[in-house]
Design a protein around this ligand. Structure first.
Ligand SMILES: C[S@@+](CC[C@H](N)C(=O)[O-])C[C@H]1O[C@@H](n2cnc3c(N)ncnc32)[C@H](O)[C@@H]1O
Ligand code: SF4
Length: 456
């Protein structure tokens, strides 16, 4: 296989080689459209569960999640009622033997819901928690503003069995927050963490983003200093993605950071966090203070490391069972109407993926943790990683981008700036051809900013 083509494309179009595979959704849409086969979900032994709550106070310019900023009277309650109804239908649908290793409530901002609505959701999760297999299976996302000003909601979550909470700090810099339409949280982070500790959360995670517009190394260093001061259990450092029609920043930012800038910022925070007692494999975006933990939720660990199938409740929640990967309807209203009509798991876009695409998706996801675990790959795909990716891994090793570790392969310290090239080695030939064929519309960084039509 001519992997030089993969590497050259990644150098030219790094935005097509980010932590999300496929390169753009259109690649799957043009080739693998299918229909969800829900009955496959009844044949598995383990199933993860995701709940999507789309509501947010405002839409951050960097965000591409399915977000709904409407505040119409009764909307949140109607959505909450229907989400609970869907949970009940799904629970009835799954045979009793199916275990649930992890549950995430994400969004959007699920804690934008009122205390009573949060209690309603955790009550609806009771039968699901009876199926769980680990001590702290339930995790939720919040924002500093809500955690700081609504302690009663935090208490409701704890009462309902939520023990891990992830707070999107993103930045503590006032100018940056304003620039990304997130001025609502200034100076609230410290109070927020205090509230969460007082309430009794066992694991507090914070998300921060690097590579935001005009962010310098000194700015990023100040962000990490701020986070270290908070004394949280884990930190997720996301490299800012600039693609997709839902992200206002994609269009607004002419001078997007390049992989070398991302690499320098990642290395800075990697060393600062490591020196402060956080651990992570190099290349991972998740850092934990606790030995033996990755810092992420059981849901994400199960999904990314062990390739456990998952069901998504709520609008635009994705599900993956067997070789099918599908999404619920994007719009909140469309999803609510489908549940009201009696659907258990309303499907929208669905892709039936061939084995090489499933493998690529999983390998690229595990690279978010800086490693490829060959044993876990073999357990999932009944094929040896070293056989399937013989050329790719040989190239990564020869170039020094990856090295052998006990569990498989790890990204070599110092090579975060090469993540697009490393990822490109594991793209399917078909996906690489798709990117290459789109060269006339692809957007090389800086050169033609704004000209490319952003779709997925
Ligand atoms: C569902 S979102 C957010 C949770 C919560 N609503 C908040 O913002 O505080 C989960 C995480 O995705 C990350 N994220 C959002 N947009 C991103 C982007 N363009 N690039 C990288 N990470 C992003 C953010 O760090 C965010 O905390
Ligand atoms: S980052 Fe969080 S708060 Fe901002 S729009 Fe996205 S989901 Fe909402």
């Amino acid at each position: 296989m001519d992997l030089n083509r993969n590497i050259a494309l990644a150098e030219k179009y790094p935005l097509d080689f980010t932590l999300q595979y496929p390169p753009r959704r259109e690649y799957f849409q043009s080739r693998f459209r299918g229909t969800p086969d829900l009955s496959a979900a009844q044949k598995v032994s383990d199933m993860l569960l995701y709940l999507h709550v789309p509501f947010c106070a405002a839409k951050c310019y960097f965000c591409n999640f399915a977000v709904d900023v409407r505040t119409a009277e009764g909307l949140h309650q109607r959505y909450t009622d229907l989400l609970c109804l869907q949970l009940e239908r799904l629970d009835n649908f799954l045979p009793r033997h199916v275990r649930v290793p992890g549950i995430d409530i994400g969004g959007g901002t699920p804690t934008l819901l009122e205390e009573a609505q949060l209690r309603q959701i955790t009550a609806a999760l009771k039968p699901w928690r009876a199926r769980t297999t680990c001590e702290h299976p339930l995790s939720i996302e919040t924002t500093p503003r809500i955690a700081a000003t609504n302690p009663e909601r935090m208490q409701a979550l704890l009462d309902g069995g939520v023990t891990r909470i992830s707070m999107g700090v993103q930045s503590a810099n006032a100018a940056t927050l304003q620039a990304v339409n997130r001025g609502l949280q200034e100076n609230m982070t410290r109070k927020a963490v205090q509230n969460l500790r007082q309430a009794g959360f066992r694991r507090i995670n914070v998300d921060i983003i690097f590579g935001l517009p005009n962010q310098t190394a000194a700015d990023w260093q100040a962000e990490i200093d701020n986070i270290l001061d908070l004394g949280v259990d884990s930190v997720t450092t996301y490299d800012c993605l600039y693609r997709g029609k839902g992200r206002a920043l994609t269009k607004r930012t002419a001078d997007k950071p390049n992989p070398v800038t991302y690499g320098a910022l990642y290395d800075l925070s990697y060393h600062m966090l490591a020196n402060a007692g956080f651990h992570a494999a190099y290349g991972s975006v998740n850092f934990s203070r606790h030995a033996g933990e990755t810092g992420t939720s059981p849901y994400f660990e199960g999904r990314l490391f062990d390739h456990i199938p998952y069901l998504g409740a709520g609008n635009y929640a994705s599900s993956q069972v067997g070789n099918s990967w599908w999404f619920a309807p994007y719009s909140t209203n469309a999803w609510m109407e489908r549940i009201e009509k009696g659907d258990t798991l309303p499907g929208g876009d669905c892709y039936d993926l061939p084995p090489m695409e499933l493998m690529a998706k999983q390998v690229l996801q595990s690279l978010n943790f800086g490693t490829i675990n060959t044993q876990r790959f073999e357990t999932r795909f009944h094929a040896a990683f070293d056989d399937v990716y013989a050329d790719a891994i040989k190239t990564a090793l020869a170039k020094g981008w990856m090295h052998r570790i006990d569990t498989g392969y790890g990204v070599t310290p110092g090579y975060f700036s090469h993540m697009p090239q490393i990822r490109a080695l594991f793209y399917t030939t078909d996906a690489i051809t798709w990117v290459a064929d789109g060269e006339h519309t692809a957007l090389p960084l800086k050169a033609t900013a704004g000209k490319r039509k952003e779709i997925a």
